[in-house]
Write a protein that binds this ligand. Structure first.
Ligand SMILES: Cc1cc2nc3c(=O)[nH]c(=O)nc-3n(C[C@H](O)[C@H](O)[C@H](O)COP(=O)(O)OP(=O)(O)OC[C@H]3O[C@@H](n4cnc5c(N)ncnc54)[C@H](O)[C@@H]3O)c2cc1C
Length: 429
């Protein structure tokens, strides 16, 4: 009697217990597999929160400020609906604001908002509308943001806004980001790629309604994954994958597998297993980026209503999330907790603190805490990301360097959904 060995895939080893590894482990365990997740560092990695003492009491900071996107209809929602046994309480993000040219105004999400975008002069608003409409109609979206925006007479402050958005959305400068990055959310809303429909949707889109913050901090997402998961999570580093013997080794143990999913940086995969030279060459091109975060606890009211702000006037620009406005339990009573994310550069610690003091000159600081972190595992440049499947049988990859859709936890979730689809297609689920 013969049988297809693939239908007998039972033991799954997931390398990496960041959010993509944990979501993969949970989904596969709930699909009936026996799952072991190996993590060399902290479980959840950047999807974690921890206490920091201030003069007035304890603050709970996230590992980098986080807002969850596409939560109503995106990939994390579909994973939560199908596999979670509990989920965090989510609070709506609220509006995005800009502090730019010495004023504070709402971020223009929809094309019509540019008409009233009063943090930039009226002539500049018209230029921006032209720029966006031309961008929609442009057939070649591989052009860099810099090549594209150089065609327009944008003021230095609008140029700084564009650079800040490139850093926060793609992890690199306008020279390296293809303009296709900015049409990603349009693809998500209008999957059929119809230009007219896209343009009409851009007139009235309101993406900010699909963004949330979890009560308890970003840790509560990792906690819910772990509560829903009944497989095994082990704090060990995988040092080798023997693809012939189907064994993942750590310094301490050997883990036989039928299927292995690697969720560390794909660029590093060749360090722990043999891969064909072409694959090694492709993944070596992936560019990693670094972010700098500052958490400030203050008795002052820096931001009045829930909603994050992009500060374009600071050097460098930053993104500010007032997490205690979503969950007052994250800071001592009467104090605000603000997370600032900056692109990493030389002397960033000094520049970041100067930026905060420049924008809020008399700020009283009760707590200050800094972090150097890695956001998405690969910047969104023109370099292609490797697919979920690898040239090695029974070895798959997931994480933010495998799928060019959205960013952060949403991108990690897309990769997990894509993996599940691939496994279903191969009759492994
Ligand atoms: C400042 C900042 C702000 C952010 N803001 C947002 C936001 O607003 N919204 C959002 O959605 N996302 C945001 N993110 C990004 C988001 O947190 C990450 O993109 C996401 O958590 C990445 O998950 P991952 O599992 O793909 O990768 P990782 O978290 O990098 O997980 C990979 C894990 O694999 C482990 N590993 C690697 N190799 C091995 C090995 N050989 N053996 C064992 N373990 C191994 C690593 O230790 C790591 O824990 C932000 C990140 C930062 C830094």
């Amino acid at each position: 009697m013969s049988f297809d060995s693939k239908t007998h895939v039972n033991r799954v080893t997931v390398i990496g217990g960041g959010i993509s590894g944990l979501l993969t482990g949970l989904a596969l365990q709930r699909e009936g597999k026996k799952v072991t997740v190996l993590e060399r560092g902290e479980i959840g990695n950047v999807v974690r929160s921890y206490p920091v003492e201030g003069d007035s009491g304890t603050y709970i900071v996230d590992t980098g400020p986080h807002i969850l996107t596409r939560l109503i209809s995106g990939p994390l929602r579909s994973l939560m609906d199908r596999y979670f046994t509990c989920e965090p309480t989510f609070v709506p993000h609220g509006d995005y604001s800009l502090r730019m040219n010495g004023a504070r105004g709402r971020f223009p999400w929809a094309l019509k908002d540019f008409l009233t975008f009063d943090t930039v002069p009226p002539r500049e608003r018209i230029t921006l509308i032209r720029c966006i409409v031309d961008g929609i109609l442009l057939p070649d979206k591989s052009l860099s943001v810099e090549q594209f925006t150089n065609r327009y007479d944008l003021s230095p402050s609008t140029g700084r806004l564009v650079a800040a958005l490139c850093h926060f959305l793609a992890g690199v400068s306008p020279q390296e980001v293809p303009i296709s990055r900015f049409w990603d959310s349009q693809k998500y809303k209008d999957g059929d790629g119809n230009m007219v429909k896209k343009a009409l949707s851009l007139l009235g889109q309101n993406t900010r309604q699909d963004q949330f913050y979890p009560v308890g901090g970003i840790q509560s997402l990792t906690d819910c994954v772990l509560k829903s998961f009944t497989g095994t999570v082990i704090r060990e580093e995988s040092t080798h994958i023997d693809v012939g013997q189907h064994v993942v080794s750590t310094e301490e143990h050997e883990y036989p597998y039928d299927l292995v999913v690697y969720s560390g940086m794909v660029k590093d995969l060749p360090r722990i297993t043999d891969v064909p030279p072409e694959y090694r060459a492709t993944v070596s091109q992936l560019e990693t980026t670094t972010a700098f975060a500052v958490w400030v606890g203050t008795p002052d009211t820096v931001i009045e209503r829930a909603g994050s702000e992009i500060w374009v006037d600071t050097d460098p620009p930053c993104w500010v999330v007032p997490t205690s406005l979503y969950d007052p339990g994250l800071s001592p009573e009467g104090h605000q907790l603000l997370g600032f994310a900056f692109p990493y550069e030389d002397n960033i610690e000094k520049k970041a603190l100067q930026a905060v003091e420049e924008m809020i000159p008399d700020i009283s600081i009760d707590m200050i805490h800094t972090q150097v972190l890695q956001p998405d595992k690969a910047a969104w440049t023109t370099v292609p990301f490797p697919p979920i499947t690898t040239p090695i049988p029974d070895l798959y990859v997931v994480g933010t360097d495998t799928v060019k859709k959205s960013m952060g936890i949403t991108r990690a979730s897309y990769s997990v959904v894509d993996l599940l689809n691939v496994l279903r297609g191969e009759s492994l689920l």
